[in-house]
Design a binder for this molecule. Structure first.
Ligand SMILES: *Cc1c(COP(=O)(O)O)cnc(C)c1O
Length: 430
C-alpha cells in the first residue's frame, strides 16, 4: 500500500504530519477524525496552479458539503477560495468563515423561499435548477426591491463511470435543465424584471477517475455558452462543478492529477470561449479531491470474534462513516499501533450499530488485532464527518486539526447529554 506524503510510519506507529495517531487517539479518545491542514493546502495549490497555468481568470469554489467544519472552511477562505453551498447552513458557515459573497454560489435542486431570500439578502448568486425556481427568485427579489444574479444548471445528459448514486449528470437525474430547454430558461430570465443571468453551471458527478467525461462536459458547457451568448446574455462565469476522484484503494486504483484534469479540460474551454467571443471566469467546485486524503478516522478495537470469519468490532460505525454502507466504498485500513507488523489473518472491520450492514471494511489482511488497538481508516476527509448521524443515539465524535507541530480540536465530541438538548418534554407527560 502506498501512502501519501503526509502519512508515514515511524517506530511502528502511523503518523499524520508530525503527529503520532496512537498518541492522538489516547489524548482525545476515539472515535476521532484527524485532519492535516498542510495537506489541504497542498491539494488546493496543486489544483489551482494546474488551472491557472492555462487561464488567469480561475475561481475555486470549495464544495462545502464534503466537510463543513468552520476550521476547514477558514483554510479555504484564507487561500482565496469561495464555496459551492447547497443549503442555508452551508451558506451561513461559508460567510462566517470569511468567504466573500461574490465567491459563493448557492446551488441546489430544491430550495425554499427562505433559502432564496437569504441568497438575495447576502448578495450571493444563485444557481437555478428550473424555470419555476427562477420565477420564485424573481418575485422575491422584486418584493425586496433589488435584482439578483444567477446561473442555470445545465444537465449535460452524460453517462459517467462512477457509483450510480453519485452520477448527477445523467439525462434521467433530478439535477439541472436539459440542454434542449436551456435557451428557453435564459430567455425567460432575461425577460424577468429582477433577474440578471450571468453564469452557467454544470456538475456531472463525483469520484470520477477518468478525465474524458470532464472534457466532454467542457464541450457541452461551451456549446451551451455560445447559444446563451447569442441570446444576448453576458456570461461572466462558466462553472464546471466538481467530481475529480481520488484513489481510495492505494494498491489497485489510480486517479488523474489536477494537472491531467486541466490538460483535458482547459484546451476545450479556451477554444470554446474564443469561438463564442467571450471571456468568462472559469469556476470549479472540487470537494473530495481537496479534502479526501487529508483526514484519517481513528477507531478503537472493542473485541475480536472468529465465527465463519474474523470480525474486528470497533467503536466507529456507519453513524460516523457512511460511505462504505451507502456507496460500497473502500477505505484503506491500518492498525495504527502495529503499522509495521506483517498481516497475520483476514479481518472484517465492523461498527457498533445495530445493523448487519454496519461494516467499514471487508476481508482485509491485518496484523494480529487485539482489544485496545487503534485502527485508522484512511481518506475520510470528504463525506466522512459531514454525513455522520446520531443513529442508535450515539453522540458524534470529535474532530481535530493538525498543522505542522500544532494540534487542536476543531469540534468537540458530543456527549450523551447533548442527545437530549433539542428534545422537548411534552406537557401531558409529567
Ligand atoms: C457535491 C458537489 C460538488 C463536489 O463534488 P466532489 O466530487 O466532491 O468534487 C460540486 N458541485 C456540486 C453542485 C455538488 O453537488
Amino acid at each position: 500500500m502506498t501512502l501519501p506524503p503526509h502519512l508515514t510510519v515511524k517506530e511502528g506507529h502511523l503518523h499524520i504530519g508530525s503527529h503520532d495517531t496512537v498518541a492522538l487517539a489516547k489524548k482525545y479518545g476515539t472515535p476521532l477524525y484527524v485532519t492535516d491542514e498542510q495537506r489541504i493546502r497542498a491539494n488546493f495549490m496543486a489544483y489551482r496552479e494546474a488551472l491557472t497555468g492555462y487561464y488567469d481568470r480561475v475561481q475555486m469554489l470549495y464544495a462545502a458539503k464534503a466537510n463543513g467544519n468552520l476550521a476547514v472552511l477558514r483554510v479555504f477562505a484564507d487561500m482565496g477560495a469561495g464555496a459551492d453551498v447547497f443549503s442555508a447552513g452551508e451558506l451561513y458557515l461559508a460567510l462566517v468563515a470569511g468567504m466573500r459573497p461574490e465567491h459563493l454560489l448557492f446551488n441546489g435542486s430544491s430550495k425554499t423561499a427562505e433559502d432564496l431570500k437569504l441568497a438575495v439578502q447576502k448578495n450571493v448568486r444563485v444557481s437555478l435548477d428550473s424555470i419555476d425556481e427562477m420565477k420564485q427568485l424573481n418575485e422575491i427579489a422584486r418584493a425586496m426591491g433589488t435584482t439578483v444574479e444567477c446561473s442555470f444548471r445545465v444537465n449535460p445528459a452524460m453517462e459517467v463511470p462512477t457509483h450510480p448514486k453519485i452520477a448527477t449528470g445523467l439525462a434521467t437525474s433530478k439535477f439541472g435543465i436539459p440542454a434542449g430547454q436551456i435557451k428557453e430558461a435564459y430567455r425567460a430570465a432575461v425577460e424577468a424584471s429582477n433577474i440578471v443571468p450571468v453564469g452557467l453551471h454544470c456538475h456531472i458527478g463525483s469520484q470520477i477517475l477518468d478525465v474524458a467525461p470532464f472534457a466532454k462536459e467542457a464541450e457541452v458547457l461551451v456549446k451551451v455558452a455560445k447559444e446563451v451568448t447569442d441570446l444576448g446574455v453576458t456570461l461572466r462565469f462558466l462553472d464546471m462543478g466538481g467530481g475529480l476522484g481520488i484513489p481510495y484503494n492505494h494498491t489497485t486504483e489510480a486517479a488523474p492529477t489536477p494537472q491531467e484534469y486541466a490538460d483535458a479540460v482547459m484546451p476545450v474551454f479556451l477554444d470554446g470561449i474564443e469561438k463564442a467571443g467571450i471571456k468568462p471566469a472559469f469556476w470549479v467546485e472540487p470537494g473530495r479531491n481537496l479534502m479526501g486524503d487529508s483526514t484519517v478516522l481513528l477507531t478503537c478495537v472493542n473485541s475480536v470474534k472468529t465465527t465463519h470469519k474474523t470480525f474486528v468490532n470497533v467503536d466507529a460505525g456507519f453513524n460516523l462513516l457512511a460511505r462504505p454502507v451507502m456507496y460500497d466504498s473502500y477505505h484503506e485500513v491500518i492498525v495504527a499501533n502495529k503499522a509495521e507488523l506483517a498481516p497475520a489473518g483476514r479481518c472484517t472491520v465492523t461498527g457498533p450499530i445495530c445493523e448487519t450492514g454496519d461494516i467499514l471494511a471487508h476481508d482485509r489482511d491485518l496484523p494480529e488485532v487485539a482489544p485496545g488497538d487503534v485502527i485508522a481508516l484512511l481518506d475520510t476527509g470528504a463525506y466522512g464527518f459531514s454525513m455522520s448521524s446520531q443513529y442508535n443515539s450515539r453522540p458524534r465524535c470529535a474532530e481535530i486539526m493538525v498543522n505542522g507541530g500544532m494540534e487542536a480540536p476543531m469540534r468537540r465530541a458530543e456527549t450523551i447529554i447533548d442527545l437530549k438538548m433539542t428534545m422537548e418534554s411534552l406537557p401531558w407527560q409529567k
